[in-house]
Design a protein. Structure first.
Length: 419
């Protein structure tokens, strides 16, 4: 019988990788709470219509990446590919418009049927924020500052650059679409198949095509910035001025349009040069029309999401977790006592491990292996006398300590002093 394996593009997360994920989530949760974001958990399963109506029917996600299926009752469901649409659905369904301005954050697994490679998985994990109900550029600045602070606290800013653009308001895009299509039609023969099929439905996406032929056509294309309405221009100027005041460095990238239909005005990506082609670590933008398009009240929004898996691969080495105390009971009676003693030490806040099997040497070896700072050797005779032997594993020094004093001694003895 062949061995069962994880589904392609999905992974078991454990030990170092899982610790990295936990550390990133804990850091980001702490930071977003400083900004007043409150957690929301939406289901992983959503109705297919949610994504078909919000992401755009020419987006990569909708055309080729959705885990879409009929359940046993015949309903069309999707394993969520991203978090913004679900938050917008919840906003409408739960009547949250009373609560604006509203700041929500979320984390959890997302699913996209992509070709797996380093930094790109079919089940990956996002952490995201959405600020709902504020149409001012200050909201864009607040979410950008929040994302920047998380990357800074994680110590990964060194290899990361913020790319920023505006795709303007509806009127700017309508004007630009005509100008762009007129230009692209003059160079139609040089465009890739993908871009040709986007020419009618979503020509802006051609701007961020990776195809070399498309890129040389795009290099001399008219700029979206020349088609902006005065309002859209003023909005973007306010974002740029604010970023300078906040001392957040950025690069304006004329061709950054993002792959999802719900965006308007500010779009951005924090990218790294350390992960090969999977370079976007934190990305987002403004989505003023999304909630209305889904049938809700007119509610502007801006937010981002980062890939936890990608950041975990960038993270410097984690600082070691606290060293445990290893209990080494010898004999059955001592093993019973060790269970109770371990509970006492844990009540005192000490991370405690019990060596369950093998002779003294084997149990001491395990204490070493788990990086314990002290081994507490419990023999039945000594137990009767109310004492244990403590071996400080850093120095090799061994001493007898009364059971009544053990908790205090182990707590007082700083981890570094035992090394
Ligand atoms: P997105 O750019 O599709 O945006 O994804 C955000 C981040 O998720 C990416 O920058 C990347 O770090 C990570 N990511 C995406 N796909 C994968 C994958 N297959 N494997 C590993 N990591 C991946 C959104 O999802 C928007 N909902 C962001 C947003 C929030 N916009 C406004 N609010």
């Amino acid at each position: 019988m062949s061995q069962l394996q994880t589904v392609r593009g999905t992974r078991d997360l454990f030990q170092d990788t899982n610790q990295r994920h936990r550390f990133i989530e804990a850091t980001a949760s702490r930071v977003v709470e400083l900004y007043g974001f409150d957690e929301i958990q939406t289901p992983i399963l959503e109705p297919a219509g949610l994504f078909l109506r919000s992401l755009g029917d020419t987006s990569d996600i909708v055309t080729k990446q959705m885990y879409l299926f009929k359940d046993l009752g015949g309903d069309e469901l999707v394993l969520r590919p991203e978090g913004t649409a679900g938050v917008a659905r919840a906003f409408i369904q739960e009547g949250m418009s009373q609560l604006t301005p509203l700041k929500l954050f979320y984390r959890g697994p997302m699913f996209r049927y992509e070709r797996p490679q380093k930094g790109r998985y079919r089940q990956f994990h996002q952490f995201g924020v959405e600020l709902l109900g504020v149409e001012k550029p200050q909201a864009d600045l607040e979410v950008l500052a929040c994302g920047y602070r998380i990357l800074k606290e994680l110590g990964v800013l060194g290899s990361i650059t913020l790319h920023l653009n505006t795709i303007g308001d509806e009127a700017s895009r309508t004007t630009y679409r005509d100008v762009l299509v007129a230009y692209l039609n003059t160079r139609k023969s040089e465009l890739s198949q993908d871009s040709l099929s986007r020419l009618e439905k979503n020509p802006l996406r051609i701007l961020d095509s990776k195809d070399p032929g498309d890129r040389s056509v795009v290099a001399s294309a008219p700029k979206l910035s020349d088609s902006l309405t005065p309002e859209a221009k003023a909005f973007f100027t306010a974002v740029l001025t604010g970023l300078k005041a906040l001392e957040i460095p950025f690069i304006i990238d004329d061709n950054l349009v993002r792959g999802l239909d719900y965006y308007c005005h500010t779009v951005f990506e924090f990218t790294t040069d350390a992960l090969g082609s999977q370079n976007a670590v934190l990305a987002g933008g403004r989505f003023d029309g999304l909630i209305k398009d889904l049938g809700g009240p007119e509610t502007p929004g801006v937010g981002w999401a980062f890939g936890i898996d990608r950041l975990a691969e960038l993270l410097p080495n984690l600082t070691a977790s606290p060293q445990p105390i290893a209990l080494v009971p010898l004999g059955e009676e001592a093993e019973q006592a060790a269970l109770l003693l371990a509970e006492k030490l844990r009540t005192a806040g000490l991370k405690t491990d019990i060596g369950y099997s093998g002779n003294l040497a084997k149990r001491m070896k395990r204490a070493d292996k788990i990086g314990a700072r002290a081994a507490v050797i419990i023999g039945s005779n000594e137990l009767a006398a109310g004492i244990v032997q403590v071996k400080w594993l850093g120095t090799g020094v061994q001493e007898s300590i009364a059971l009544s004093e053990l908790g205090t001694r182990l707590t007082q003895f700083p981890a570094s002093a035992s090394k």
